[in-house]
Design a protein around this ligand. Structure first.
Ligand SMILES: Nc1ncnc2c1ncn2[C@@H]1O[C@H](COP(=O)(O)OP(=O)(O)OP(=O)(O)O)[C@@H](O)[C@H]1O
Ligand SMILES: [Mg+2]
Length: 286
């Protein structure tokens, strides 16, 4: 079946639109569910690739120790926004960011905050799992080693703890020295999450982490997101509405470089305040 049609059909399942909320109920950012419990504060962020304005003034407050989903059609700027948060866009020639992003009150462009330290605070998991061509043990121990942990027992304990956190330990404990590239796609993705957790981040950014996985591997990652959000702040990009509904406390809908609205997930899927959100979640476009 045509992939777009399948996605559209999937999207429309179980999503019903109720009456419009009052203006007090609607909120363009996550304030309503956050209070002052904000881990990542995005303020009027504009982002340019050369002359192309890819983010048009994003304001978004991401709640601490919750999962926030970012949804929206292809090309609307979801990955760009994620890459702004951990300054990965710095690597793109001719790009420019305006506005401010604060992690726990600290500006990501603070000259006293080295980029490698910033990325210790903000882990990232990509669409396609990307383990290093090293052993399973080395993949998890890599970050802590870079940041100065040398003691082998300490590293062993850390590797075990993080592999347990991602429910991979039982599957790999007897082959920690074998290549990470021999793991299945779902196992590789869980390993990449363990690698991200190993440096003890505050925030984990996930860019469509399940899009290359089968339904069982997807379920395991989703369960992981739900368990990890007790200790980490998670921002997850997904094209799968059901996935957003299952894992995310808050959901933001982006369209053509703008954040159309963001709020509690139930609310966004059942009572969106904006017509564009309603059209998107009911499969009218995208
Ligand atoms: N490295 C780049 N150089 C120039 N333009 C870029 C670059 N990366 C992205 N863009 C442009 O920025 C816009 C936003 O792209 P982005 O990858 O953030 O979208 P997205 O919402 O993540 O889409 P998808 O759902 O397909 O992953 C698009 O118009 C895209 O063409
Ligand atoms: Mg993307």
């Amino acid at each position: 079946m045509n992939k777009d049609k399948t996605e559209t059909k999937d999207r429309a399942i179980n999503i019903s639109i109720k009456a419009k909320p009052s203006s007090q109920e609607s909120s363009k950012n996550a304030e309503s569910s956050n209070g002052n419990n904000v881990a990542v504060n995005i303020r009027n962020v504009m982002f340019y690739y050369g002359d192309n304005l890819a983010l048009k003034g994003i304001d978004m407050a991401i709640a601490r120790h919750k999962a926030t989903a970012l949804i929206g059609p292809s090309g609307c700027g979801k990955s760009t926004l994620l890459r702004c948060i951990n300054r990965m866009n710095d690597l793109v020639d001719g790009c420019r960011m305006e506005g401010a992003i604060e992690i726990e009150g600290r500006n990501i462009n603070d000259p006293n905050w080295a980029v490698n330290e910033l990325r210790k605070t903000i882990g990232m998991v990509f669409q396609k799992s990307n383990p290093f061509p090293k052993s399973i043990w080395e993949n998890v121990a890599y970050g802590p080693q870079i940041h100065g942990v040398k003691n082998k027992t300490e590293l062993d304990n850390l590797v075990e703890e993080k592999l347990k956190d991602v429910a991979l330990w039982d599957e790999v404990k007897d082959r920690l020295d074998s290549s990470a590239l021999r793991l299945s796609g779902g196992q590789q993705q869980r390993l990449c999450i363990a690698r991200a957790l190993a440096v003890d981040p505050e925030v984990i950014l996930m860019d469509e982490p399940c899009s290359a996985l089968d339904p069982i591997a997807t379920t395991r990652i989703e369960e992981l997101v739900v368990s990890l959000k007790e200790r980490y702040t998670i921002l997850i990009v997904t094209h799968n509405m059901q996935q957003a509904a299952r894992v995310a406390d808050d959901t933001g809908f982006m369209l053509m470089g703008e954040l159309i609205e963001c709020g509690p997930t139930d609310y966004i899927f059942t009572n969106p305040s904006q017509k564009q959100t309603e059209d998107y979640i009911t499969g009218k476009f995208g």
